[in-house]
Design a protein around this ligand. Structure first.
Ligand code: NA7
Length: 548
């Protein structure tokens, strides 16, 4: 302590110990930086630590949803299913933490509450839960895109007499629904995964649906050993290919437009992909995201399947999405979701026809009647992409808050750094492919870019790096322009901030594609970090190396 302000803490602070924070820590350590990660949870895993709801499962195939940075790791780890369930993904995160000895540099049960850039010292003044303060030179936000769970503003929610669970903050000990009347609010990915499992446990399940969702059968199954071997025999090359694709995932991308083939051929294509399962369905034709008529051919195919599966035509009708293009809200993958509505112990309440009036101690009262419940499940989603960042009171130069800066929507350069916030990096931040991609691929790309940037900074003896406002303006405009060329802004989705009352309606992720985005980031770095500025070192702000 030289000036009355605590100087304890690392040179680089990483916020979060999910997949982004773990790999960031590993890379920084490899480069000889002194870094610590601060994690609000009691263990590693991030989103896979908190989202323990029944049925929680990844919607990207296991062989692709994993780290690629270490050949031995990817060869030795064995997934049991085509799509891994939450406990297995959490076990993988734990394995990575142990294998690379990362835990010794993670402070668990510690939330980063505030961080202000101290311009006199070129350091961040960070307040942790409990009041401790640290002064790292660099702050890396590895806080996740879907980590700020959102409770709906339904009158009377707090008056409910039974337990209420949010899918995004599920109790570690699990929940026993046997013999209970359960109400689930929300039919996004989380609700669609949880509903069939809860229906199998509960005495009765009432599903409260505001907007029906498009969902494709996952086709989940035990992982085929031949498939695993094919991947492992060629892992590095396949990973390299995935990095060049649009979504960071190898799919069977069709080179044809939906209307360039006749109806019979189109149906054959959709049917084959529907029965094979997975999000590959959305790549049946190459224009589903941009052409309304093409999109409608896929949307109507899904509605036909719903009508076929669900016995009661009125229920099937209520479950059929009609007012937004398929894929413009994240496509859901399910295991017997629509079939669940044929069970005698499941009731669908269509809130568009019969809206919720309020929650009462005994259940949920809609315009028509009281639906008695013993337990409630809120599958109501997240303040996505910006929520976890804005939950930290972040202040940059001149005391500008990130909340003010982003009051009309997120602004940064390349999705990596908001101008006016030196030495603050965001992994998979808004303005990058993040939630539109296989997020582990995007995490690895951002972590590598940030690590190399910090090494370049050290090489130059610079104390700070920050993005130029002009570069930021150009990037934000580009992100918006690319989105405007697609059907995505047509849906009231969390991509658009539409699920949070008062949140600006801006398409937040970058839809230009993982491969193209990586090229832009690499080009910027190769051009000496074009659009970013390095600041000179002062005596008190000289970069430190770890004492090794
Ligand atoms: P989502 O996709 O945001 O879904 C939330 C659901 O909750 C959605 O059906 C909402 O209906 C519903 N919701 C939210 N607020 C209310 C209120 N007040 N009343 C009734 N219904 C409500 O979150 P998920 O957790 O399912 O998935 C998020 C992502 O995690 C997912 O895309 C994957 O990437 C993983 P709405 O559509 O707003 O009418």
């Amino acid at each position: 302590m030289s000036d009355g302000i605590p100087t304890d803490g690392p040179d680089i602070a990483v916020v979060g110990a999910g997949f982004a924070g773990l790999y960031m820590l590993h890379r920084l350590r490899g480069l000889g930086f002194e870094a610590l990660a601060y994690e609000a949870g009691a263990d590693v895993g991030g989103t896979w630590y908190w989202n323990r709801y029944p049925g929680a499962r990844c919607d990207i195939e296991s062989m692709q949803y994993s780290y690629s940075f270490d050949e031995e790791l990817q060869q030795e780890w064995r997934w049991s299913e085509r799509f891994a369930a939450q406990p297995e993904i959490l076990a993988y995160a734990r394995h990575v933490a142990d294998r690379f000895d990362l835990r010794r540099d993670i402070r668990f049960d510690t939330r980063v509450e505030a961080a202000a850039f101290d311009e006199a010292r070129d350091r961040w003044d960070v307040t942790l839960s409990g009041g401790a303060r640290i002064r790292p030179r660099v702050l890396v936000m590895a806080t996740g895109c879907l980590s700020a769970a959102r409770e709906p503003a339904i009158p009377g929610l707090a008056s409910f007499a039974g337990p209420t669970y949010h899918t995004g903050a599920w109790p570690e000990a699990g929940v026993d629904f046997a013999g209970l009347r359960v109400g689930v609010i929300g039919t996004g990915s989380s609700g669609i995964q949880a509903i069939p499992v809860i229906a199998g446990e509960a005495a009765h399940l009432t599903v409260f649906q505001r907007t029906p969702n498009y969902s494709i059968p996952a086709g989940n199954a035990p992982l085929d050993p031949a498939h695993e071997q094919a991947w492992k025999g060629d892992y590095a090359a396949r990973r390299a290919t995935a990095r060049t694709t649009k979504s960071g995932t190898i799919y069977d991308f069709s080179p044809h437009g939906a209307l360039s083939v006749d109806e019979a051929a189109r149906r054959r294509e959709y049917a084959a992909r529907w029965s094979a399962g997975g999000a590959n369905f959305m790549h049946a034709f190459n224009d589903l995201a941009v052409d309304e008529a093409a999109n409608e051919t896929a949307a109507s195919f899904v509605r036909e399947r719903i009508a076929e599966i669900v016995d009661d035509p009125q229920v099937a009708d209520a479950l059929s999405p009609r007012d937004y293009p398929i894929g413009t809200k994240r496509i859901c993958l399910d295991t017997r979701y629509f079939e669940t509505f044929n069970r005698p112990n499941v009731t669908l309440v269509d809130l568009r026809r019969d809206p919720i009036a309020r929650i009462e101690p005994d259940g949920i009262r809609t315009a028509e009647r009281l639906h008695a419940c013993d337990a409630l499940v809120l599958a109501t989603g997240f303040d996505a992409m910006t929520g976890a960042l804005l939950a930290v009171d972040l202040r940059g130069r001149d005391g500008e808050t990130l909340r003010d800066k982003w009051s009309a929507g997120p602004r940064n350069h390349l999705g990596l750094m908001p101008a006016g916030f030196p030495n603050l990096f965001t992994i998979t931040g808004p303005g990058s492919p993040s939630v539109l991609s296989n997020v582990i691929v995007s995490i690895e790309q951002h972590v590598d870019w940030i690590a190399e940037c910090l090494a370049a900074m050290r090489e130059r003896g610079a104390a700070t790096i920050e993005s130029d406002r002009a570069a930021e303006d150009a990037w934000v405009e580009h992100v918006g322009a690319v989105a405007a060329g697609t059907l995505y802004p047509r849906a009231a989705s969390w991509y658009m901030g539409a699920n949070v009352p008062g949140k600006p309606r801006v398409f937040m992720p970058y839809i230009g594609g993982v491969g193209a985005y990586r090229q832009q980031c690499d080009r910027v770095a190769a051009a000496g970090y074009e659009g970013f500025r390095f600041g000179p070192a002062t005596l008190s702000a000289a970069p430190r190396r770890a004492a090794s």
